[in-house]
Design a protein around this ligand. Structure first.
Ligand SMILES: CC(=O)SCCNC(=O)CCNC(=O)[C@H](O)C(C)(C)COP(=O)(O)OP(=O)(O)OC[C@H]1O[C@@H](n2cnc3c(N)ncnc32)[C@H](O)[C@@H]1OP(=O)(O)O
Ligand SMILES: CC(=O)C(=O)O
Length: 539
């Protein structure tokens, strides 16, 4: 494995998490969410952060007011807006006027570069669209340090009517655009097509600066971005975790390490130390978006360096390079080896060592492997249930009764959230004195409790009593109380428990969790596990 930072060319990173990312179904940024993400991107070392569209919604309007007063350490802020609308003018289009009335260094305008879109979307003559683009860009040229033109649907346009698409690019360059960003707006292109198109524009406009904006509808956005860079694009646009309209945008969490580690491109701020902030960045942005990072997401997902197959684990323990393409710490991740029905003796022996067992006889090891496979065939899943696995191992090695302790639980309203509807809930479970399970949830209390209960069920409990946990739901009552159901039996109605929490919101959360603890104790009484809770509520 080679950590290869060798090329001298700088690639400019343009993040559109807060603009194209905000176009994702289910994602809604508040003002403080946007400010938090801007700080994270700035610390990480993104060159340009597209913050939103002034005037398009209240949050963005307030955001640009706030941004006008701030300075960032590394990044420059871009505002996004369309060219003025055909029936209006630079002076009379209120959307264009508001969109460009911002105190930021970079202005990005998007315009049509596909004749079909001009005819069908704008319903105007092709020449008029070119005039609108030129005039809108010239207006911005006089007001901003950097002006970027996003040529929407450029690749579709180049295929359909190359003369027209290239004429749009020429007009944008002549009007003073610093970068022409070629957009695969419908996200259907493949790397070979992007490479060829890049060659065409580079030959036609030598010396011009191009960028690439890719969508992931054919699952090729990252590959297309790499092809664009290889073809001469100096700027790449994308989002954290690949969010964005429809199937999303180029995932910067994959693209950045590919550019740095695989292709040897340099990015102004992305040193090896900064690259090691990639996974924390991805997780933190996810947390702000209240969406989990997809587990199998390359580089940053939970499973990116998780080994499950017995054969893989046996080799990785000899040399990680046998089944890893880079070292996890380069992107701020860690290696994980999990035990399951896919394990052999090596994986389980490794687990035993980690638990402090110095030796284990071959016959015992074999018995453990067989028992794990037997239980797995009944629906137990140990790869997500480390503590359950450890309880089983202790039992089988004659050390029953080692306690499982709920050590710490706190529920704190998140500072700086204007709605004050969000809580940060922290939960730590200790087993045999060391913390084995820790989770943070930053959510509305109802959602947070659901997540917490489901996580507990999935990871710590359900494996021992698979049929018994049927459903958990939490509901906010109009009285301000929370009501929780924990359905314990095969027949959901017969053993469900209803608990109503009272008091302050944080205390309500704790009341519900306490009720869950009660359910847990009842469900586990046959196993005689002890559960002690110390709860702290700092609300
Ligand atoms: C490729 C991309 O991802 S572009 C992303 C664009 N982002 C968004 O749309 C999110 C934010 N948008 C909004 O909040 C609203 O759409 C606004 C405030 C921008 C505009 O709202 P409205 O004025 O009510 O217009 P509406 O959204 O209904 O329609 C968009 C208008 O822009 C026009 N338009 C679209 N592209 C362009 C362009 N490149 N140049 C000029 N006008 C354009 C459309 O033709 C349409 O006008 P029409 O109905 O007269 O044909
Ligand atoms: C500009 C943009 O978001 C697109 O063309 O997809």
């Amino acid at each position: 494995m080679n950590n290869n930072y060798s090329r001298t060319q700088f690639i400019e990173l343009y993040d559109t998490t807060l603009r194209d990312g905000a176009q994702t179904k289910g994602i809604h940024f508040s003002l403080s969410d946007k400010l938090t993400i801007i700080d994270l991107l700035d610390d990480f070392g993104i060159d340009i952060i597209e913050a939103g569209w002034n005037g398009a919604n209240v949050t963005d309007t307030n955001l640009f007011k706030e941004l006008g007063r701030r300075t960032l350490g590394n990044s420059r802020i871009a505002a996004f807006c369309s060219t003025f609308r055909p029936a209006l003018s630079v002076d009379s289009d209120p959307v264009f006027r508001a969109g460009t009335a911002v105190n930021v260094p970079v202005m990005t305008l998007f315009g049509k570069s596909w004749d079909f879109q001009v005819r069908e979307g704008l319903k105007i003559p092709l020449e008029q669209n070119i005039a609108i683009i030129a005039e809108s860009l010239a207006y911005c040229r006089r007001r901003f340090d950097t002006v970027i033109f996003d040529a929407e649907h450029f690749f579709d346009g180049l295929e359909a009517n190359p003369d027209y698409s290239l004429a749009v690019v020429e007009a944008a360059l002549n009007a003073g655009a610093d970068r022409i960003v070629l957009c695969d707006t419908n996200g259907g292109k493949l790397p070979g097509q992007i490479r060829q198109a890049m060659e065409t524009v580079r030959n036609r406009f030598p010396g011009a600066n191009f960028g690439f904006h890719g969508h992931n509808d054919a699952d090729t956005a990252v590959a297309n971005s790499l092809a664009a860079v290889d073809g001469g694009a100096l700027q790449v646009q994308g989002t954290i975790n690949g969010i964005g309209e429809r199937c999303g945008n180029t995932n910067l969490c994959s693209l950045i390490p590919n550019l740095a580690l695989k292709c040897g491109y340099q990015m102004k701020f992305i040193t090896p130390n900064r690259l090691a902030l990639l996974r924390p960045l991805s997780c933190r942005v996810s947390e702000v978006m209240r969406l989990p990072v997809t587990e199998n997401q390359p580089y940053v997902g939970d499973n990116a360096f998780t080994h499950k197959a017995g054969v893989h684990i046996a080799s990785v323990l000899k040399h990680p390079g046998c089944y890893e393409h880079i070292e996890p710490q380069w992107v701020g991740h860690r290696r994980e080896l999990v035990v399951s029905e896919q394990s052999g003796r090596v994986a389980i022996s490794h687990k035993l060592k980690g638990m402090g067992y110095k030796t284990c006889e071959e016959a015992t090891l074999k018995r453990l492997v067989e028992e794990i496979k037997r239980l797995s065939s009944q629906g137990y899943a140990f790869d997500r249930a480390e503590i359950s696995l450890e309880l089983l191992i202790h039992d089988m090695l004659g050390e029953q009764g080692k306690g499982l302790t709920l050590e710490h639980l706190s529920c704190v309203p998140l500072a700086g959230i204007e709605s004050s509807q969000l809580f940060r809930i922290e939960l730590a479970l200790c087993f045999a004195g060391s913390v084995r399970f820790r989770r943070h949830f930053s959510e509305h209390p109802v959602a947070a409790i659901q997540s917490m209960l489901l996580a507990l069920m999935r990871e710590e409990w359900a494996e021992f009593e698979p049929p018994r946990i049927q459903q958990v739901s939490v509901e906010a009552l109009s009285s301000g109380h929370l009501r929780a159901w924990v359905a314990l039996g095969a027949d959901k109605s017969s053993q469900s428990m209803v608990v109503t929490g009272a008091g302050e919101r944080a205390a309500q959360c704790l009341a519900v969790v306490e009720s869950y603890r009660w359910a847990w104790l009842n469900a586990r009484q046959n196993r005689q596990q002890s559960l002690h809770a110390t709860m702290a509520c700092s609300a």
